[in-house]
Design a protein around this ligand. Structure first.
Ligand code: SIN
Length: 486
């Protein structure tokens, strides 16, 4: 089957769906969703969405974002995001999204690490992503196709013509005037991660293959408070809003050791807290916990209902019990290069939004809960660009190469697990040049074996991360490099 759409959007998280909702109803738009719609990182986002409180908070939000990002951010992008946050809040509230409010109907704001003030909207207590995702699904006026795995972008002579996609396990070629990548980050490359299982770096890998630039890929973000002792690929996040509301990180003796590393303790930025936990565990061999015992139980259960229930199901009684935690991969600060309307430089008709994009907003480390905001702000701008850019074309070139029978090979699963382990061990929170070179050898060695296309794409993205990490010899933000021991 082949068909020519106005716009194809790859991905059905906040970026893809918000963008879809901003494209005219009469346009022929298709949203491709890799699995079922709720298998995306938006759905699992707990903490909330940042908004500057008012005009006077914009400069402070900008400064908080820049400090967290180690000033590696694109300042102009940060200013755009913070200014537009007021419009985004207005748009969501006016169109019926129900954020948590007090009894008088005033919006409630929470705090997370490295924010100077409470400015994070939340919904369903600790289920912000789920509520926003359900809301956006209800607002999407366009067709959404489930079970659609994109395995190639049709690019020729500096223009994107469409995609090759397996829909319900059958190959299709779909053409479009505009193609938007909204496929999320790279979580499945890491052994321990908080991401949906669908987030596996395929589209980044296609970009590497086509010579499209990925930027800031050395800056991978590790969330400090994750319960990793479950058999499932997606590990259980304990939202940073818990610490924003006053939870402590303690060792097995109850010591709040983070103050030995940063005077802000639990409220230092995410890169610092994750690294401090990692280094403290390595130095002492002690276990580390999140302690909620200071919270009044009735309040806690109302404010964090999903965390309460999730942990109850595995035997914890919150807030009384403390939970053992570890950092885990959470978010790609870097991604596919684009301008502030999502256009991918040098490829007409191709756009990128959301976690997949590198807008420059996050710099070397993302400020908590800026991700849903970034996705919405730049998706809205991208929708306008798509409407205004002249992307129509008449006749597509011939695209001969196809891979539909070669998506998987026999040993892929084994190599995939090895890759996840090596990325965690050697391209994780603390890196050494020696470890990075070992990871690089594994990646290129595996690429030379008989492997399927999807693994090849993962390896392309892993190589981009490792090569970026090798190029940056000094530590910055979430990229932390130690001297080799020998
Ligand atoms: C969290 O709730 O801690 C995650 C929010 C984010 O990734 O910014």
């Amino acid at each position: 089957m082949s068909k020519h759409y106005d716009t194809i959007i790859i991905g059905a998280g906040i970026a893809g769906l918000y963008l879809a909702s901003k494209l005219p109803k009469e346009k022929d738009v298709l949203v491709l969703c890799k699995d079922v719609p709720w298998e995306c990182n938006t759905f699992y986002a707990q903490g909330g969405i940042v908004t500057a409180l008012d005009e006077s908070d914009i400069p402070i939000h900008i400064e908080d974002t820049l400090i967290a990002g180690a000033y590696h951010n694109d300042r102009n992008a940060v200013e755009v995001m913070s200014r537009d946050s007021l419009l985004i809040r207005e748009d969501f509230v006016q169109s019926g999204m129900e954020f948590d409010t007090d009894e008088e109907g005033n919006l409630l704001y929470t705090k997370e690490a490295a924010h100077s003030t409470e400015r994070i909207l939340h919904a369903g207590g600790d289920a912000t992503g789920r509520y926003m995702h359900m809301f956006l699904m209800s607002q999407n006026p366009h067709k959404l196709q489930k079970n659609s795995l994109v395995y190639d972008l049709l690019i020729e002579n500096g223009r994107c013509y469409g995609v090759r996609v397996m829909i319900n396990y059958k190959p299709h070629t779909l053409y479009a005037n505009s193609v938007v990548i909204a496929s999320g980050g790279i979580g499945s490359l890491y052994q321990y991660n908080t991401n949906s299982r669908t987030v596996s770096a395929d589209i980044h890998g296609i970009c590497v293959e086509k010579g499209i630039e990925l930027k800031d890929m050395e800056f991978m973000q590790f969330h400090p408070t994750v319960f990793v002792k479950t058999p499932f690929a997606r590990k259980l996040l304990l939202t940073e809003a818990l610490r924003g509301e006053g939870a402590w990180i303690v060792d097995e003796d109850g010591k709040r050791f983070l103050f030995d590393y940063d005077e802000r303790g639990e409220l230092a930025s995410r890169d610092i807290v994750s690294r401090s936990i990692f280094l403290y565990k390595r130095k002492t061999g002690k276990k580390v916990y999140l302690d909620f015992s200071m919270f009044e139980p009735k309040w806690f259960k109302k404010r964090f209902p999903n965390i309460t229930k999730t942990f109850e199901a595995i035997g914890y009684n919150l807030p009384k019990d403390r939970v053992e935690i570890s950092p885990a991969f959470h978010y790609a600060n870097g991604g596919i290069d684009c301008d502030l309307e999502g256009r991918v430089p040098g490829i007409k008709g191709l756009y990128v939004v959301g976690e997949a994009a590198r807008t420059g907003v996050h710099g070397a480390n993302r400020l908590a809960s800026n991700s849903l905001l970034e996705a919405a702000v730049f998706a809205a701008r991208c929708a306008k660009a798509i409407v205004n850019d002249k992307n129509c074309w008449e006749k597509e070139p011939t695209f001969d190469k196809d891979y539909d029978t070669l998506l998987h090979e026999e040993n892929d699963k084994k190599y995939k697990h090895q890759l996840r382990k090596i990325m965690w061990d050697d391209v994780g929170i603390v890196r050494t040049r020696k470890g990075l070179l070992e990871a690089k050898n594994f990646i290129y060695d595996t690429k030379s074996k008989k492997i399927g296309r999807l693994l090849e794409l993962r390896l392309n993205t892993a190589a981009a991360i490792v090569n970026a990490a090798l190029r940056r010899e000094e530590s910055l933000g979430s990229h932390y490099i130690e001297e080799d021991k020998d």
